[in-house]
Design a protein around this ligand. Sequence first.
Ligand SMILES: [Mn+2]
Length: 335
Amino acid sequence: MIIVLKPSTPPEQIQLFADKLCNDYEVKVNRWDGVHSTVLGLIGDTHTVDIEYIDAQDIVESVKRVQEPYKKANRKFHPENTVIKISDNVSIGDGSLQIMAGPCSVESEDQIVEIAKKVKNSGATLLRGGAFKPRTSPYAFQGLKSEGLDLLKLARKETGLPIVSEIMRTEHIDMFENVDVIQVGARNMQNFDLLKELGKTQKPILLKRGLSATIEEWLMSAEYIMAGGNDNVILCERGIRTYENYTRNTLDISAVPIVKKLSHLPVVVDPSHASGKSWLVEPLAMAAVAAGADGLIIEVHNDPPHALSDGAQSLTPEQFDKIAEKLVALKACLK
Ligand SMILES: [Mn+2]
């Protein structure tokens, strides 16, 4: 249930009203203060709430029930876009385009530092790199694990780029303390124990859409993190499973404007995993920017044919350089 308060309601009166709602009903009150109005979002069992009583209050402009099961992630609860500060000079959701680039897997110090320097020169604003790899085959390269995280931090020190890496287990959260953005992969989107624990941190979380997840299921996973108190969720569309097998997945480009309509959270697109083919990265990335994505996450490798994972979809730094230039130019046109 959302209650929009009249403009110029004194803050003390808002607080008294919110406290009363908490006392009278089995609800938590989520308060959003905008420039022109304040919205109180009621979360919990709102069936017993007397909507007419609330509507009759002097300070209430309007009140309505929210049908969607996600509340904190819902734009009705938070009308303006959420802006997430990742580092001193990188924020996402503020209308800028953030480009996360780097290898699928961190393989060595030379590899990650060289790629980090090159993608930075091309305009990337974050460095991605997998240290813990959830691979389809148990015989495939599983990642350098904690050593991979150390190498990413080294590359951050060399370039200043904030780092993004995937977590697979709740027990590893401490290990990710010094990672700027923690990625939850598609296969873990409904690992609710992991989501709950990440909700207790204040880390930006890049939440990938599950292979077969509906938009509502994806937003409910964001809700799990937010319900714990961490509002720093970035949604990532990475392609879904359809009957089409020409591409690795099918990029659901319509998910970008849909999620931006339903939610206030920033949205990133991963054209590399969506397509599985390096030549498709450029057109899909351009489409994502045109559709309103706040960022992209793109796989770049210094030697794709010898990459330990996802070589076929990785761009060379030279290819990335040309694409990044086009993406930045397109973004500027749209403004
Ligand atoms: Mn990959």
